[in-house]
Design a protein around this ligand. Sequence first.
Ligand code: ADP
Length: 503
Amino acid sequence: MTDQPLLLGLDISTTGAKALLIDPAGRVVSSASTPLTLSTPRPLWSEQNPEDWWRGMVSSIRQALAGAGADGRRVAAIGLTGQMHGLVMLDSGGRVLRPAILWNDQRTGPQCDEIRRRLGRQRLIQITGNDALTGFTAPKILWVQQNEPEVYARCRHILLPKDYIRYRLAGEPAMDCADGSGTILFDLKTRTWSPEVLSALGIPAEWLPPTYEGPQITSRVSAEAAAETGLLAGTPIVGGGGDQSAQAVGVGAVEPGIVAVTLGTSGVVFAATEAPLVEPEGRLHAFCHAVPGRWHFMGVMLSAAGSLQWHRDTLAPGTDFDTLVSEAEGVPAGSEGLFFLPYLTGERTPYPDPLARGAWIGLTVRHTRAHMTRAVLEGVAFGFKDMFALIQGAGLGEIRQVRISGGGARSRLWRQIMADVLNAELVTVNTTEGAAFGAALLAGVGAGLYPDVDTACRATIQITGRAAPGADAAVYPPYYERYRALYPALAGEFKAIAAVVGA
Ligand code: ADP
């Protein structure tokens, strides 16, 4: 056993409190996770008790240290990450005032309209990089103001989920820029709270914590938290980042030109930028990156690999994904004119339309299940291409490399279709610990083990596989053009169908 320093990444997700210990080469030394549950006290509501986060995290930290056979002295620094956008309200004594309102809570539709009214939609997008969405923090604050005035009156501190863990670890409120920008109370350019947005929404600036860059030290573990967790009092804690930006650090999507794609149930595109670019219509999210002086675009497709899951469960139950996908190998690119629209649960990017619906279009008697499967893989890839087109249209330069992860990336065929449709080199990387890994790397920079985040990524992340665009890359452009024409042609009908079904 060596006395090599370790880095601790803490991830408070919706489903669990995770503690990950890595060494400076990026090897996982130990990891522990404590499950968390979600409460839905009313339709559209989604809440968790911050005390449960803390208890879960204490248990995971203790287990991770025990698993590494290490005591708190080995931990050089701590990085925090977690679910973004959740609202935690504390009173003057630091006591939690109400359950946290989470990212997937949908109660704030009217407050989003009000934010747009008060600031003007264009101005809001210009300052914060984003339109008002129910998931974000700002409309939740307004909701409490309007619906629980007695809670609002006692509020003195506003935090995000991972920053509540920081508060319990260190006893002081602080927040990082990446997660802070997800509140939409941030000025994207100055990377801190926007006086204009705060004053338009009547939120006191003194309720909001000081902000820091991802690898910057914000605070240190208190004696009280040390006793509870087994960590050493005084251990530095860095800013960290929301789960998306920390996950991007964890796969090395830190420089412009390297784009991270998650082909999971939903699909995410994350592209680092060197300037605070915004998509003028707010069709992409624009947030601060966890890397100092960098920002990022993000697009979310609601049913990515989820479309294949639905297809399999519905038309080929009991068939494993590899078998189903292998049937599609023999179908030519373009699926002989069969298209699939992946809007099975509505869509977010590029069409923020809850009424959008899925479809196969172009079916003939020639088409088999194999064609339908290939059309699903291609339709999802075209959906990603739509997000790439938006990002490039908003000013991102050349895309040199796509780093892919998520369950769908297990399929060789799907990776090749993605490389061909996106016309970019697609790679997989060795890191599989997600946001907690990225948070640990940010801690390593804060502790001085690496000079900067780029170096930390290069020292720890290796490419494990590559797919280069092949001959089909030249086949797809006219098919993509037809795919692109389908949603605009059908959007009115989707709305009309919803009205009929509703009636
Ligand atoms: P989540 O986003 O819910 O965390 P994952 O990233 O694990 O989930 O993705 C799960 C999805 O990945 C499945 O629904 C399926 O569509 C897809 N998937 C899993 N294995 C394969 C495979 N071998 N080939 C193609 N797709 C797969």
